[in-house]
Design a protein around this ligand. Structure first.
Ligand SMILES: [Zn+2]
Length: 347
Protein backbone atom coordinates (compact mmCIF):
# COMPACT_ATOMS: atom_id res chain seq x y z
CA UNK A 1 0.00 0.00 0.00
CA UNK A 2 1.27 3.45 -0.89
CA UNK A 3 0.55 6.16 1.64
CA UNK A 4 0.89 9.62 0.20
CA UNK A 5 2.66 12.26 2.21
CA UNK A 6 -0.07 14.37 3.73
CA UNK A 7 1.57 16.95 5.92
CA UNK A 8 0.99 20.54 4.99
CA UNK A 9 4.48 21.84 4.49
CA UNK A 10 3.31 25.40 5.11
CA UNK A 11 2.16 24.56 8.61
CA UNK A 12 4.91 22.43 10.04
CA UNK A 13 7.09 23.89 12.76
CA UNK A 14 10.31 22.48 11.38
CA UNK A 15 9.91 24.68 8.32
CA UNK A 16 9.56 27.75 10.49
CA UNK A 17 12.74 26.98 12.36
CA UNK A 18 16.18 28.11 11.34
CA UNK A 19 18.09 25.31 9.70
CA UNK A 20 19.82 24.47 12.95
CA UNK A 21 17.55 22.44 15.24
CA UNK A 22 17.78 23.35 18.92
CA UNK A 23 15.92 21.43 21.61
CA UNK A 24 16.60 21.83 25.35
CA UNK A 25 19.78 23.74 24.57
CA UNK A 26 21.16 21.00 22.29
CA UNK A 27 21.64 21.87 18.63
CA UNK A 28 21.89 19.71 15.53
CA UNK A 29 22.97 21.00 12.14
CA UNK A 30 21.02 19.89 9.06
CA UNK A 31 22.09 16.35 8.25
CA UNK A 32 23.34 15.76 11.79
CA UNK A 33 22.35 13.30 14.53
CA UNK A 34 23.21 14.25 18.08
CA UNK A 35 22.52 12.99 21.60
CA UNK A 36 21.72 15.17 24.57
CA UNK A 37 20.23 15.05 28.04
CA UNK A 38 18.12 17.28 30.18
CA UNK A 39 18.05 17.34 33.99
CA UNK A 40 14.91 15.78 35.48
CA UNK A 41 15.51 15.49 39.21
CA UNK A 42 18.03 15.54 42.02
CA UNK A 43 17.94 12.61 44.42
CA UNK A 44 18.49 12.72 48.18
CA UNK A 45 22.20 11.97 47.89
CA UNK A 46 22.64 14.80 45.43
CA UNK A 47 22.82 12.55 42.37
CA UNK A 48 21.10 14.00 39.36
CA UNK A 49 18.76 12.11 37.07
CA UNK A 50 18.72 13.09 33.42
CA UNK A 51 16.41 12.28 30.53
CA UNK A 52 18.45 11.22 27.50
CA UNK A 53 17.30 12.22 24.03
CA UNK A 54 18.46 12.16 20.42
CA UNK A 55 17.91 14.74 17.71
CA UNK A 56 17.97 13.84 14.03
CA UNK A 57 17.96 16.91 11.84
CA UNK A 58 17.16 15.94 8.29
CA UNK A 59 19.04 17.50 5.42
CA UNK A 60 15.70 18.17 3.73
CA UNK A 61 12.65 20.11 4.99
CA UNK A 62 9.69 18.35 6.51
CA UNK A 63 7.73 17.99 9.74
CA UNK A 64 9.16 17.42 13.18
CA UNK A 65 7.99 14.33 15.05
CA UNK A 66 8.35 13.42 18.72
CA UNK A 67 8.97 9.72 19.36
CA UNK A 68 8.81 8.66 23.00
CA UNK A 69 8.91 5.35 24.89
CA UNK A 70 9.06 3.96 28.42
CA UNK A 71 7.10 6.58 30.30
CA UNK A 72 6.18 3.39 32.15
CA UNK A 73 9.48 1.96 33.31
CA UNK A 74 8.91 -1.72 32.48
CA UNK A 75 7.88 -1.07 28.86
CA UNK A 76 11.28 -1.74 27.39
CA UNK A 77 10.19 -2.98 23.96
CA UNK A 78 9.54 0.65 23.05
CA UNK A 79 13.13 1.65 23.84
CA UNK A 80 14.47 -1.01 21.50
CA UNK A 81 11.88 -0.18 18.82
CA UNK A 82 13.17 3.38 18.74
CA UNK A 83 16.87 2.59 18.64
CA UNK A 84 16.36 -0.10 16.01
CA UNK A 85 14.18 2.20 13.88
CA UNK A 86 16.62 5.09 14.03
CA UNK A 87 19.86 3.10 13.95
CA UNK A 88 20.10 2.87 10.17
CA UNK A 89 18.46 6.20 9.44
CA UNK A 90 20.83 8.63 7.75
CA UNK A 91 19.79 12.26 8.44
CA UNK A 92 21.00 13.03 4.93
CA UNK A 93 18.00 11.02 3.66
CA UNK A 94 15.53 12.48 6.15
CA UNK A 95 12.96 15.15 5.27
CA UNK A 96 12.17 16.80 8.58
CA UNK A 97 13.33 16.33 12.12
CA UNK A 98 13.02 13.72 14.86
CA UNK A 99 13.05 14.30 18.59
CA UNK A 100 13.53 10.87 20.18
CA UNK A 101 13.12 10.32 23.92
CA UNK A 102 13.67 6.58 24.38
CA UNK A 103 13.25 6.61 28.18
CA UNK A 104 10.66 9.16 29.14
CA UNK A 105 10.76 8.11 32.80
CA UNK A 106 14.26 7.09 33.97
CA UNK A 107 13.18 6.77 37.62
CA UNK A 108 10.58 4.16 36.64
CA UNK A 109 13.09 2.36 34.40
CA UNK A 110 15.44 1.95 37.38
CA UNK A 111 12.60 0.18 39.19
CA UNK A 112 11.79 -1.90 36.06
CA UNK A 113 8.22 -1.08 36.95
CA UNK A 114 5.37 1.00 35.57
CA UNK A 115 5.94 3.57 38.34
CA UNK A 116 9.04 4.88 40.17
CA UNK A 117 8.41 2.54 43.08
CA UNK A 118 11.04 3.91 45.48
CA UNK A 119 9.36 7.31 45.47
CA UNK A 120 5.88 5.88 45.56
CA UNK A 121 6.54 3.53 48.48
CA UNK A 122 8.31 6.26 50.42
CA UNK A 123 5.35 8.63 50.32
CA UNK A 124 2.30 7.23 48.49
CA UNK A 125 -0.10 10.06 49.20
CA UNK A 126 2.34 12.79 48.27
CA UNK A 127 3.15 10.96 45.02
CA UNK A 128 -0.46 10.92 43.89
CA UNK A 129 -1.03 11.17 41.00
CA UNK A 130 1.89 8.77 40.52
CA UNK A 131 1.55 7.94 36.83
CA UNK A 132 3.22 10.70 34.79
CA UNK A 133 1.49 9.45 31.62
CA UNK A 134 -1.82 10.75 33.00
CA UNK A 135 -0.43 14.08 34.25
CA UNK A 136 -0.04 16.06 31.03
CA UNK A 137 0.46 18.90 30.38
CA UNK A 138 2.05 18.70 33.81
CA UNK A 139 3.17 21.38 36.22
CA UNK A 140 6.54 22.87 36.98
CA UNK A 141 5.51 23.24 40.61
CA UNK A 142 3.77 19.88 40.90
CA UNK A 143 4.81 16.55 42.39
CA UNK A 144 7.51 14.48 40.62
CA UNK A 145 5.08 12.93 38.10
CA UNK A 146 3.63 16.32 37.22
CA UNK A 147 7.08 17.88 36.87
CA UNK A 148 8.17 15.08 34.55
CA UNK A 149 5.05 15.57 32.40
CA UNK A 150 5.75 19.30 32.27
CA UNK A 151 9.31 18.70 31.11
CA UNK A 152 8.28 16.21 28.40
CA UNK A 153 5.46 18.43 27.23
CA UNK A 154 8.05 21.14 26.62
CA UNK A 155 9.63 18.81 24.03
CA UNK A 156 6.27 17.82 22.55
CA UNK A 157 5.15 21.43 22.11
CA UNK A 158 8.08 21.93 19.75
CA UNK A 159 6.92 19.15 17.43
CA UNK A 160 4.28 18.65 14.72
CA UNK A 161 3.41 15.03 15.54
CA UNK A 162 3.82 12.65 18.45
CA UNK A 163 3.93 8.88 18.86
CA UNK A 164 4.11 7.55 22.43
CA UNK A 165 5.12 3.86 22.52
CA UNK A 166 3.83 1.56 25.28
CA UNK A 167 3.26 -2.07 26.15
CA UNK A 168 0.53 -3.25 28.49
CA UNK A 169 1.50 -3.47 32.09
CA UNK A 170 3.11 -6.75 33.24
CA UNK A 171 0.92 -9.78 32.72
CA UNK A 172 -0.81 -8.56 29.58
CA UNK A 173 -0.16 -8.63 25.87
CA UNK A 174 -1.61 -6.42 23.12
CA UNK A 175 -1.74 -6.79 19.38
CA UNK A 176 0.23 -3.86 17.89
CA UNK A 177 -2.45 -1.21 18.26
CA UNK A 178 -2.67 2.55 17.77
CA UNK A 179 -4.97 4.00 20.42
CA UNK A 180 -6.20 7.41 19.36
CA UNK A 181 -7.36 10.46 21.27
CA UNK A 182 -11.10 11.11 21.02
CA UNK A 183 -12.43 11.89 17.56
CA UNK A 184 -13.48 15.37 18.73
CA UNK A 185 -9.77 16.27 18.93
CA UNK A 186 -9.09 15.11 15.36
CA UNK A 187 -11.07 17.63 13.38
CA UNK A 188 -8.77 17.59 10.35
CA UNK A 189 -8.35 13.80 10.43
CA UNK A 190 -4.57 13.90 10.71
CA UNK A 191 -4.48 11.65 13.78
CA UNK A 192 -6.35 8.88 11.99
CA UNK A 193 -4.23 9.40 8.90
CA UNK A 194 -1.01 9.04 10.90
CA UNK A 195 -2.40 5.92 12.58
CA UNK A 196 -3.15 4.40 9.18
CA UNK A 197 0.36 5.36 8.15
CA UNK A 198 1.74 3.19 10.96
CA UNK A 199 0.55 0.14 9.04
CA UNK A 200 0.12 -2.04 12.13
CA UNK A 201 -3.36 -3.31 11.30
CA UNK A 202 -5.14 -2.31 14.52
CA UNK A 203 -6.61 1.10 15.37
CA UNK A 204 -8.77 1.93 18.39
CA UNK A 205 -10.76 5.12 18.33
CA UNK A 206 -13.00 5.00 21.38
CA UNK A 207 -14.71 7.82 23.20
CA UNK A 208 -15.00 6.39 26.67
CA UNK A 209 -12.02 4.51 28.13
CA UNK A 210 -9.03 5.71 30.13
CA UNK A 211 -6.93 6.15 26.97
CA UNK A 212 -9.03 9.18 26.01
CA UNK A 213 -9.16 10.73 29.48
CA UNK A 214 -7.84 14.24 30.09
CA UNK A 215 -4.20 14.23 31.14
CA UNK A 216 -3.07 11.39 28.86
CA UNK A 217 0.02 12.45 26.90
CA UNK A 218 -1.47 12.16 23.40
CA UNK A 219 -4.86 13.55 24.41
CA UNK A 220 -3.24 16.72 25.71
CA UNK A 221 -0.95 16.95 22.67
CA UNK A 222 -4.01 16.68 20.40
CA UNK A 223 -5.75 19.35 22.44
CA UNK A 224 -3.03 21.84 21.48
CA UNK A 225 -3.13 20.77 17.84
CA UNK A 226 -0.34 18.19 17.75
CA UNK A 227 -1.67 14.97 16.19
CA UNK A 228 -0.54 11.71 17.71
CA UNK A 229 -1.51 8.56 19.55
CA UNK A 230 -0.47 5.86 21.99
CA UNK A 231 1.08 2.84 20.28
CA UNK A 232 0.77 -0.34 22.39
CA UNK A 233 2.77 -3.41 21.39
CA UNK A 234 3.92 -6.61 23.09
CA UNK A 235 4.09 -7.10 26.82
CA UNK A 236 5.41 -5.23 29.84
CA UNK A 237 8.58 -6.42 31.56
CA UNK A 238 9.92 -8.20 28.48
CA UNK A 239 12.33 -7.43 25.69
CA UNK A 240 11.05 -9.30 22.63
CA UNK A 241 13.06 -9.16 19.39
CA UNK A 242 10.12 -10.24 17.20
CA UNK A 243 7.89 -7.55 18.67
CA UNK A 244 10.67 -4.99 18.32
CA UNK A 245 11.01 -5.88 14.63
CA UNK A 246 7.29 -5.25 14.05
CA UNK A 247 7.42 -2.00 15.99
CA UNK A 248 10.47 -0.84 14.08
CA UNK A 249 8.67 -1.34 10.76
CA UNK A 250 5.64 0.55 12.08
CA UNK A 251 7.71 3.57 13.12
CA UNK A 252 9.50 3.65 9.76
CA UNK A 253 6.09 3.34 8.05
CA UNK A 254 4.83 6.32 10.03
CA UNK A 255 7.85 8.40 8.98
CA UNK A 256 7.24 7.36 5.38
CA UNK A 257 3.57 8.33 5.62
CA UNK A 258 4.61 11.82 6.71
CA UNK A 259 6.87 12.12 3.69
CA UNK A 260 9.97 12.10 5.91
CA UNK A 261 11.54 8.94 4.62
CA UNK A 262 11.50 6.57 1.70
CA UNK A 263 10.97 2.96 2.81
CA UNK A 264 9.30 -0.05 1.27
CA UNK A 265 6.23 -0.61 3.41
CA UNK A 266 5.02 -3.89 4.85
CA UNK A 267 1.33 -3.27 5.39
CA UNK A 268 -1.11 -5.90 6.69
CA UNK A 269 -3.88 -7.10 4.39
CA UNK A 270 -6.53 -5.57 6.63
CA UNK A 271 -6.70 -2.75 9.17
CA UNK A 272 -9.24 -3.18 11.97
CA UNK A 273 -10.71 0.18 13.00
CA UNK A 274 -12.42 -0.38 16.35
CA UNK A 275 -14.69 1.77 18.50
CA UNK A 276 -14.63 0.24 21.97
CA UNK A 277 -12.58 -1.84 24.38
CA UNK A 278 -14.52 -4.36 26.45
CA UNK A 279 -12.44 -5.59 29.39
CA UNK A 280 -13.47 -8.90 30.95
CA UNK A 281 -12.67 -9.62 34.59
CA UNK A 282 -12.51 -12.78 36.65
CA UNK A 283 -15.40 -13.59 38.99
CA UNK A 284 -13.52 -16.53 40.48
CA UNK A 285 -9.93 -16.95 41.57
CA UNK A 286 -7.62 -19.67 40.31
CA UNK A 287 -5.38 -20.73 37.43
CA UNK A 288 -6.05 -19.16 34.05
CA UNK A 289 -6.27 -20.99 30.72
CA UNK A 290 -6.53 -18.98 27.48
CA UNK A 291 -8.52 -20.50 24.62
CA UNK A 292 -8.03 -17.80 22.00
CA UNK A 293 -5.01 -16.38 20.24
CA UNK A 294 -4.07 -12.74 20.29
CA UNK A 295 -5.86 -10.92 17.47
CA UNK A 296 -8.33 -13.75 16.92
CA UNK A 297 -11.82 -12.87 15.71
CA UNK A 298 -14.42 -14.06 18.25
CA UNK A 299 -18.20 -14.23 18.14
CA UNK A 300 -20.60 -13.62 20.99
CA UNK A 301 -20.66 -16.72 23.20
CA UNK A 302 -17.23 -18.03 22.18
CA UNK A 303 -15.16 -19.39 25.06
CA UNK A 304 -12.22 -17.06 25.81
CA UNK A 305 -10.71 -18.36 29.06
CA UNK A 306 -11.38 -20.88 31.77
CA UNK A 307 -10.38 -20.57 35.41
CA UNK A 308 -9.79 -23.67 37.55
CA UNK A 309 -9.33 -23.82 41.32
CA UNK A 310 -6.30 -25.33 43.00
CA UNK A 311 -7.93 -28.79 42.92
CA UNK A 312 -8.38 -28.58 39.16
CA UNK A 313 -12.15 -27.99 39.21
CA UNK A 314 -13.39 -25.56 36.57
CA UNK A 315 -14.83 -22.57 38.46
CA UNK A 316 -15.44 -20.08 35.65
CA UNK A 317 -15.85 -19.98 31.88
CA UNK A 318 -15.48 -16.50 30.41
CA UNK A 319 -17.22 -16.08 27.07
CA UNK A 320 -17.31 -13.19 24.62
CA UNK A 321 -20.25 -10.87 25.43
CA UNK A 322 -20.07 -9.36 21.93
CA UNK A 323 -18.52 -10.03 18.55
CA UNK A 324 -15.01 -8.61 18.35
CA UNK A 325 -11.29 -9.30 18.39
CA UNK A 326 -9.12 -10.53 21.24
CA UNK A 327 -6.81 -7.50 21.24
CA UNK A 328 -5.35 -8.01 24.72
CA UNK A 329 -4.80 -11.23 26.60
CA UNK A 330 -3.71 -11.82 30.17
CA UNK A 331 -0.47 -13.78 30.36
CA UNK A 332 -0.44 -14.26 34.13
CA UNK A 333 -0.91 -17.84 35.23
CA UNK A 334 -3.14 -16.99 38.18
CA UNK A 335 -5.99 -14.53 38.72
CA UNK A 336 -8.05 -13.29 41.62
CA UNK A 337 -11.60 -11.99 41.41
CA UNK A 338 -11.74 -8.64 39.66
CA UNK A 339 -8.55 -9.10 37.67
CA UNK A 340 -8.68 -8.65 33.92
CA UNK A 341 -8.54 -11.87 31.89
CA UNK A 342 -9.01 -10.54 28.34
CA UNK A 343 -9.96 -7.44 26.40
CA UNK A 344 -12.03 -7.41 23.24
CA UNK A 345 -11.87 -4.72 20.59
CA UNK A 346 -15.31 -4.02 19.18
CA UNK A 347 -15.60 -2.82 15.60
ZN1 LIG B 1 2.42 2.24 29.29
Amino acid sequence: MEIDAFFDIGKVKAMKQPKVMTIAGVSAEPGQRIRGKVALAQLSDGASVDIPFALLNGAKPGPRIYLGAAIHGDEVNGIAILFEALRGLDPADLSGQIVCVPVQHPLALYADHRLPLAQFLKSPLDQAPADAWTCFPGSQDGNPAQQLAHLLFGFIRECDYVIDIHTPTRGGRYVPIAILPPESLDKDGRILQLAKGLGNGWIMRSSSDFYVAPGILCVEAARIGIPGFTFEIGEGGRLEPDVVEVGKSCILNALQSLGMLSVSRKDPAETHLMKEFVGLRARAGGLLYNHVKLGQRVNRGDLLVTIVNVFGDEVERVTAPLDGYAVRLTTLSTVSTGERVATLGIV
